[in-house]
Write a protein that binds this ligand. Structure first.
Ligand code: PEP
Ligand code: MN
Length: 360
């Protein structure tokens, strides 16, 4: 995938003075529901209305979407409001039907993005279209899998491309339904700065409370847009009721969101920023050097363990380190979660080093 100014054009064509907004219900339920929401969104920042027609459900028996009849409702909503329409496609037949009904934006959902077979089937069906295609991140935190899905779409000639960050599933209980793992979309953004990046705060949050702060974080990280599940009667939505907000709440939120400038102008700002960035650079040098020094000692311990035929992993010692470092981190306003992640990574690298030494 070449990384020149080729992906951003479709977004620039909207000529927006605010972030790009896709809003609309998790699922299209009835023609009335679709039209009501469309009219309520008409005077908001929304450029594209979303509505799921085919719903991928983790467990069978939940509402699985109204099917192709809903595409006609979207066409009518578009004719009445001028909003562009978006829906999820999960196989070749969905793509065919969505294109037949002139749907403007087709997105690949998180459960489809995990499967190269499904993504390829969708890509083949999309060949030749000039519709906008968005690829949600796969449910598991795997950047290569996400990029692979984008590449499959790119390879069939689609250039109106973008990605949607909807968080990653985890077995752990967290305050989010899907944890954000911001570093993954940031890595993707570093590799393809021109690829429009859109946040779906609804599926990350799983509730209404965290939506605003997630959107603000995304704007602080230079995301291009937001996809927010919006329903005229969220409590009675047929799917994802807990996380949907009303069109009014959406408008109140977009008004409160602060869009930061990509580059500040004032020389004073630039000087200060330069200074602070160089400070960070020196500290980063120290960090890597210290880790190198630490690893040298780990290697020496590896030799000692080999000579004495002792196992690599010493659980008691490891737990002591974690306890001490999380306590110390806490004093420095570092969250326990962060310290644990860093130390798990360091420990893994130490084990890898010692394994090599012991098995030499
Ligand atoms: C959705 O957008 O309604 C949806 C099912 O999202 P995801 O694929 O991100 O779970
Ligand atoms: Mn949903």
């Amino acid at each position: 995938m070449e990384n020149n100014k080729q992906f951003h054009t479709w977004l620039d064509d909207f000529k927006l003075s605010h972030p790009f907004v896709i809003a609309g219900p998790c699922s299209a339920e009835t023609e009335d529901q679709v039209l009501t929401i469309a009219h309520q969104l008409k005077n908001s920042d929304t450029s594209v209305m979303r509505a799921g027609i085919w719903k991928p459900r983790t467990r069978p028996g939940n509402f699985e979407g109204v099917g192709s009849v809903g595409l006609k409702w979207l066409q009518r909503a578009k004719a009445e409001t001028g909003l562009l329409m978006a829906t999820e496609v999960a196989n070749a037949r969905h793509v065919e039907l969505a294109l037949e009904h002139d749907i403007d934006v087709l997105w690949i959902g998180a459960r489809s993005a995990v499967s190269p077979f499904i993504v390829q089937e969708i890509a083949d069906a999309l060949r030749g279209t000039d519709k906008i295609v968005l690829v949600k991140n796969p449910v598991n935190p795997d950047l290569a899998l996400w990029l692979g899905a984008v590449e499959r779409i790119y390879k069939v000639g689609i250039r109106k491309l973008g990605v949607v960050h909807r968080g990653f599933s985890t077995y752990q209980k967290t305050r989010y339904r899907n944890i954000p793992e911001w570093h993954i979309p940031i890595d993707l953004q570093n590799e393809f700065p021109d690829l429009p990046l859109i946040l779906d705060p609804s599926h990350i949050a799983g509730n209404r409370d965290a939506i605003f702060e997630l959107c603000q974080t995304a704007l602080d990280l230079n995301y291009d847009g937001l996809m927010v599940e919006t329903h005229h009667d969220p409590d009675n939505a047929w799917s994802d009721a807990d996380q949907q907000i009303t069109p009014d709440a959406l408008m109140a939120m977009t008004e409160r969101l602060i869009v930061r400038k990509t580059e500040g102008e004032a020389p004073d700002y630039k000087n200060k920023l330069e200074t602070m960035r160089s400070r960070i650079d020196t500290i980063d040098d120290q960090l890597v050097n210290l880790m190198g020094k630490r690893m040298k000692i780990v290697d020496e311990i590896g030799v000692l363990k080999k000579e004495n035929n002792v196992a690599i992993l010493q659980v008691k010692r490891w737990n002591e380190i974690l306890k001490r470092m999380t306590a110390e981190g806490g004093q420095l306003q570092l969250s326990e979660d962060f310290v644990l992640k860093v130390y798990r990574a360091i420990h893994q690298e130490s084990i890898d080093h010692q394994k090599k030494i012991i098995n030499k």
